[in-house]
Write a protein that binds this ligand. Structure first.
Ligand code: NAI
Ligand code: MG
Length: 360
């Protein structure tokens, strides 16, 4: 039996509701495929911040370091500024553990209707590869003359050749395992230093992959193409900010924020990687038991795949696909009436029923 140690951070809002369903489904996969998953919970959240003044303890990264992976819900809640919660927990983990790839698949599934008319399952199947370590989300900048009429703010974007090259390389390698097509998100018409640099590196790296089709669009028209021609895309690579925006749009065109999983990867495996849904803590629906747990469960499948448990990952994904395609048990964001718990349970029991799914 293989043993994995997983750190769990439910965080805030619906994170506390969807993470238990993710764990329930992965436990079912563990029982079926002979994996033992040891979950250790860390109560790091905005509530913790209000009590202690910190989102996580000063030695938080040291505490997480020995784990095989981190399974996170979402952080952020009214009463704590969003930049405090994000920079107090998620960003230090992503950076400290060199999780420089943020992988965010967008796939239109059987049984889900896209808000775009005329799109059916399979028509939309792309993955956003977001640079996760630098870019627009930088700590270089400052405020001057606060609360005077000369009040001002400056924030610098940082693009390093090392980080840009490694994310572009990751995107091209990924495309080789898919439809061999990479699209770069740029804005080199308006942003005259960093984005032309990004384009130069994209051109240089794409030369090393003559078998992969490479194209690029400015971010403004690219968002329009995501809506008008989502079928054009396979792997879409973007900076931290552009990747963030594109992945929420990707989630929307495939039906719901509640369906979009993500992985924050340290591809070299020097540190644990982190798996979380694209969505946030959704305070507007928190506490009602109506959040869709599928994004969290699917993030769990990505975690199993990263751990090398391809069969188990595949079984979890197949169970999600089957339930969406053939069951009326679904949450209201995708047109049903079921609770978070009911959806988690039906997917877990689908994973357990070995006859229903052919693992390969
Ligand atoms: P959000 O993703 O939490 O919610 C956006 C909309 O999508 C809401 O109407 C929400 O009800 C809906 N939604 C999201 N997940 C859903 C699910 N699983 N099932 C059904 N509906 C779902 O984004 P928002 O409102 O911008 O942010 C809320 C809080 O979450 C903020 O504090 C923000 O900073 C934080 N946040 C945290 C993230 C993280 O931990 N990675 C990512 C994004 C936001
Ligand atoms: Mg986001």
């Amino acid at each position: 039996m293989k043993n994995y140690k997983i750190a769990v951070i439910e965080g805030d809002g619906i994170g506390r509701e969807v993470v238990p369903e993710g764990i329930g489904v992965l436990e079912a996969a563990g029982r079926r495929f002979g994996l033992s998953l040891a979950w250790q919970h860390f109560d790091w959240s905005c509530e913790t911040y209000l009590k202690t003044g910190r989102m996580m303890p000063a030695d938080g990264l040291d505490q997480l370091r020995p784990f095989d992976a981190i399974f996170l819900g979402a952080v952020g809640y009214p009463g704590v500024p969003d930049h405090t919660s994000l920079w107090g927990l998620l960003i230090p983990i992503r950076r400290g553990f060199r999780q420089y790839v943020n992988l965010r698949p967008a796939c239109l599934l059987e049984g889900i209707s896209s808000p775009l008319s005329g799109r059916k399952a399979g028509d939309i199947d792309f993955v956003v590869v977001r640079e996760n370590s630098e870019g627009e989300y930088s700590e270089i900048g400052g405020r001057l003359n606060r609360h005077t009429e000369n009040d001002m703010a400056v924030q610098e974007t940082v693009f390093t050749r090392r980080a840009v090259d490694r994310i572009l390389t990751y995107a091209f390698e990924l495309a080789r395992t898919r439809k061999k097509h990479v699209t770069s998100a740029t804005k080199s018409n308006g942003i005259v230093y960093t984005m032309p640099f990004w384009d130069e590196r994209f051109a240089a790296i794409s030369k090393q992959y003559p078998d992969v089709q490479a194209d690029q669009f400015h971010i403004d028209i690219l968002t329009a193409h995501f809506v008008a021609h989502p079928d054009w895309f396979d792997v879409v690579v973007g900076s931290n900010l552009f990747g963030d925006i594109l992945s929420d749009l990707g989630a929307a065109v495939v039906g719901s924020m509640g369906l979009a999983p993500s992985a924050n990867l340290n591809p070299e495996r020097e540190y644990p990687s982190l798996f979380e849904p694209v969505h946030g803590s959704a305070p507007d629906i928190a506490g009602k038991g109506i959040a869709n747990p599928i994004a969290q469960i699917w993030s769990g499948a990505m975690m199993l795949r990263h751990l090398g448990e391809e069969q188990a990952a595949h079984a979890v994904e197949e169970a999600i696909f089957k339930v969406l395609a053939s069951s009326s048990v679904r949450t209201r964001d995708i047109g049903g009436r079921a609770s978070t718990r009911e959806v988690g349970e039906v997917i877990a029991s689908e994973v357990s029923s070995a006859t229903a799914i052919s693992a390969h």
